[in-house]
Design a protein around this ligand. Structure first.
Ligand code: SAH
Length: 472
């Protein structure tokens, strides 16, 4: 098989990265934008020893799971991987991914009735667990509360904003991302027209000259508050007041009533770097934060704080975690990898005491502030690496963990087992490391009782999972 060759292939499966898998010429073929059940003509883009990568050239016969993507640029934009798959099929794919990892890596058996049986029966009481159907979104569009768009001038000098094409740094002009808020289009068009009017140049990555680098928006879905962040290589913009006024007028006029402008922030990034946000900020209008609510709690979000991007599903995720923690008001709870304390505060409403552990100092500051705003005084936040802290913590009744993709450090698993809590609630964004860690916890005497996948990122291949383990 050679590069640029066109091959006919029927797609049998999908990889964890969202590539269709088929076979041709004795090789496995990973085909971008193909859906299981499709027969396509694919152009080979890269050949390895036993497999090759290809892209869909033409769909000869479409899978019943195929659909037209809402975004006209779904193929060239790297943001979504599986927009050409019906949403129900996406959900089934994600559920299968979690299930397969728990079986292959975790060593659990999950039968057709969704019952989970641990492999190492001698380590468990034989009690069964249950694998719940994935929680999807009713309307899987416009769910992202945070968007960021690079800004540049094209070769002919025209200003563009949108997204980077593939793995390059060339920008495709596109203002209407269907998973972001509708206001993004108005914000982008207003910023570009302000740049045009006042001759404010776009930043140039090749020379490091110019000014405007990115436009970011953050929206509070429960409060309607909207923040616009202009990332620029400079600490002052020409005609700042005109920019603010233009944004206010355009959003007022737009007829979109969902979000109102409460904050315009200049983020200063003069470094030659791919990192979007710089360290300095200056408020051009309103506050340096927006507020949002999840359940009964209010969270204050600054331009740089971490906050879950899909608030609708986050609430379902946290409610599941809270239900699994099964708190009565007396328990001592650890929330490891607590970020800005969002889960900690959720749990604190029903716990005796919650201790959050998180490595990023700014997140800890946010967490303390969020506790204060919500008048929650039974939460403590410790800054540091979970693996360095857990050894010295007071024994827990319930331990919640929400680690990054690489999962739990071995020493954290050991410390959890030594603490011997009644319940462990594991929130995971990577079901492979989840399965690896749950296997270790099961070997340490815990039973996997409940598994609940939640679709936080429709049209991407990512899936979140909440698990409950109890002491056997
Ligand atoms: N539970 C939070 C955030 C989870 S994201 C929420 O729902 O909002 C995972 C968090 O783990 C990030 O905030 C990251 O900074 C933190 N983290 C990464 N490695 C860590 C470590 N070794 N120890 C403690 N925290 C860590």
């Amino acid at each position: 098989m050679n590069k640029n060759e066109i091959v006919e292939v029927t797609i049998e499966d999908m990889s964890d990265e969202g590539l269709g898998i088929g076979h041709a010429g004795g090789m496995a073929l990973f085909v971008k934008d193909a859906v299981p059940g499709d027969t396509v003509l694919a152009r080979v883009v890269k050949v390895k020893k036993r497999y090759a990568y290809a892209r869909v050239q033409e769909v000869l016969s479409a899978s019943c799971d195929r659909t037209d993507p809402l975004c006209p640029v779904a193929r060239s934009c790297g943001g979504c991987q599986i927009q050409e798959m019906r949403y129900e099929a996406q959900l089934a794919l994600k559920e299968r991914k979690v299930r397969n990892n728990l079986m292959r890596i975790g060593g659990f058996h999950i039968d057709e009735d969704r019952h989970i049986i641990g492999e190492a029966e001698e380590h468990t009481d034989g009690g069964e667990g249950y694998f719940f159907p994935i929680i999807g979104m009713e309307t899987p569009w416009r769910y992202r509360n945070k968007s960021q768009f690079p800004v540049a001038a094209s070769a002919d000098g025209r200003l563009t904003a949108g997204f980077y094409a593939g793995r390059t740094h060339s920008i495709i002009d596109h203002h209407q991302c269907m998973i972001g808020i509708e206001e993004n289009r108005i914000v982008l068009e207003t910023v570009l027209s302000w740049m045009d009017t006042y001759h404010v140049p776009a930043y140039r990555e090749d020379t490091g000259k110019g000014m405007i680098r990115h436009v970011m928006t953050r929206a509070g879905y429960a409060t309607g508050q909207l923040m616009v962040v202009i990332v620029a290589a400079g600490n002052r913009l020409p005609e700042e007041a005109a920019l603010v006024k233009a944004l206010q007028d355009a959003l007022d006029r737009s007829g979109q009533e969902r979000f109102h402008l409460t904050s315009v922030v200049l983020n200063i990034n003069c470094e030659r770097t791919n990192v979007i946000l710089g360290s300095g900020t200056r408020v051009l209008y309103g506050y340096d934060y927006i507020e949002d609510r999840i359940g009964d709690l209010t969270y204050r979000i600054s331009s740089k704080s971490f906050y879950q991007v899909n608030p609708v599903q986050t609430q379902k995720l946290y409610e599941t975690a809270l239900a699994y923690a099964d708190l009565t008001g007396k328990e001592n709870v650890w929330d490891l990898y607590c970020g800005t304390g969002t889960i900690s505060l959720f749990l604190a409403q029903k716990a005796g005491k919650v201790t959050g552990v998180e490595v990023i100092p700014e997140a800890i500051r946010n967490a303390k502030k969020n506790a204060e705003i919500n008048h929650i005084d039974n939460c403590e936040f410790i800054e540091g690496r979970a693996e360095d802290i857990v050894g010295n913590m007071e024994k827990a009744d319930v331990i919640v963990v929400d680690p990054p993709r690489k999962g739990l450090d071995g020493s954290v698993v050991d410390a959890i087992l030594r603490s011997a809590p009644d319940r462990i609630v594991y929130v995971s964004c990577d079901s492979a490391t989840l399965a690896r860690d749950v296997k270790l916890l099961a070997q340490g005497g815990y039973c996997l009782r409940k598994v609940q996948p939640v679709d936080m990122f429709p049209h991407t291949v990512h899936v979140e999972t909440v698990c409950l383990l109890t002491h056997s």
